[in-house]
Structure formats: structure tokens, C-alpha cells
Design a protein around this ligand. Structure first.
Ligand code: TYD
Length: 203
């Protein structure tokens, strides 16, 4: 049995990551892989209920972080770990880096608290590859506003919030050069697809 791979997609809202996630799932299936396409927060029945709360209800920033990790705990137990054990590919639209970038960078929650939660919930589990879609906040905001009629609680945040989220993502990329590939999300979708094909060929 070939070993499955775990790939996460990250980036600020409006960077175009969800479109590329859908493309990647389709591409890998065409390559003959068994692919589990999933997302966070969510990915399980309980996780999707938590997602609805997280995207709509105001809450303390630590509650927000804890619910993100509660959803993640369920997701890892029910979906991600079993799929990887079966040798399948898991392609996840956001994973733990989003908690560091949004709750840590964006909201200012103590990084050490997030590290403790990550250690508790994930242990040694990390994506084999994280694709970080990076674009200037102004461009991402413009795309977001053009594409989204009813913005959720995160999408309603101001540019200054996304600047902090973006900076945290770039820091994560700099600190994890072996895992995180930085993608210039201002390129055309076709160019990004070619780049992703090349990256996949190397993992
Ligand atoms: P997103 O992928 O943007 O969903 P959609 O493409 O449907 O809009 O994810 C929803 C939001 O959740 C996004 O704004 C970032 C936020 N989020 C966190 O703040 N922390 C996390 O740990 C995760 C996984 C997501």
C-alpha cells in the first residue's frame, strides 16, 4: 500500500485558497489517488455545527480558540487519522496554522497557549505539505467583497486584522520551510495550477 499524504491549504480570506483546494482534489483523483476532501473548522457532523457557531456568534477569543481545537480534535479522530492509516490522501482546506494565524496573529492570543492546545490535540501529527496562498490584504479584500454577499464573522474583520493574520502566516512559513510552500496568489489560476502540479510531483 502506498502511503497517503496530508496536505493543508492556508491563506487569508480572499486569497483564493478554496478554489485551488477544489482543483487539487480533482487533480489528485485524476492521478488515481483516493482523496478525502475536507475542511476546518468542520469536516465532521459535530465540527460543522461548531463551524456554524464560530462563523456567526460573538465569543471570547479563548472560547473561539478552544472551539477551533475541539472541532479539530473530532476531525483528527474521526476523519484524518483513519484516512491516513488507510493510505489515503487528505486534502484539508485550513488546519492548525489557521489557529496560529487568526487566533494568535489576528486576535493576539498567547502563542504558547495555542502551542499547548496543538500539542494536546495533534501530538506529532502535522501536514506533510502546507500550501500557503499569499496575497496583499488589499487584493484579497477586493476579491472577497466581489465574491461574498453575506460575509461571516471573520470576513467582516477590517484590513488591519488581516494584515496581522498575513504576517503570522508568513512567520509560520519562514519557520517551517520544509513543510510550508508559499504561493504567490496574485498569479493567474492556470499558473498556480502548474505550480501545484510541480510541487505535488516532489512529495
Ligand atoms: P474559510 O476557509 O475562509 O471558509 P470559506 O472559504 O467558506 O469562507 O474558513 C472560515 C474562517 O475560519 C476563516 O475566516 C478563518 C477562520 N479560522 C480560524 O480563525 N481559525 C482556525 O483554526 C480555522 C481552521 C479557521
Amino acid at each position: 500500500m502506498t502511503r497517503g499524504r496530508f496536505i493543508s491549504f492556508e491563506g487569508i480570506d480572499g486569497a483564493g485558497k478554496s478554489t485551488q483546494h477544489a482543483w487539487m482534489v480533482d487533480y489528485l483523483r485524476r492521478q488515481g489517488h483516493v482523496v478525502v476532501a475536507t475542511r476546518e473548522p468542520g469536516g465532521t457532523a459535530l465540527g460543522e455545527k461548531l463551524r456554524t457557531l464560530l462563523l456567526s456568534d460573538a465569543m471570547h477569543l479563548e472560547t473561539e480558540a478552544l472551539l477551533m481545537f475541539a472541532a479539530r480534535r473530532e476531525h483528527v479522530a474521526q476523519v484524518i487519522a483513519p484516512a491516513l492509516a488507510r493510505g489515503e490522501w487528505v486534502v484539508c482546506d485550513r488546519f492548525v496554522d489557521a489557529s496560529f494565524a487568526y487566533q494568535g496573529g489576528g486576535r493576539g492570543l498567547d502563542w504558547k497557549k495555542l502551542e499547548a492546545l496543538a500539542q494536546w490535540v495533534l501530538g506529532d501529527l502535522q501536514p506533510d505539505l502546507t500550501l500557503l496562498f499569499d496575497a496583499p490584504v488589499e487584493i484579497a479584500q477586493r476579491r472577497l467583497h466581489a465574491a461574498t454577499a453575506n460575509p461571516d464573522r471573520f470576513e467582516q474583520e477590517q484590513a488591519a486584522f488581516f494584515e496581522k493574520v498575513r504576517a503570522a502566516y508568513l512567520r509560520i512559513a519562514a519557520e517551517n520551510p520544509g513543510r510550508v510552500r508559499l504561493i504567490d496568489a496574485t498569479q493567474t489560476p492556470d499558473n498556480i495550477n502548474k505550480l501545484l502540479e510541480n510541487i505535488i510531483a516532489t512529495i
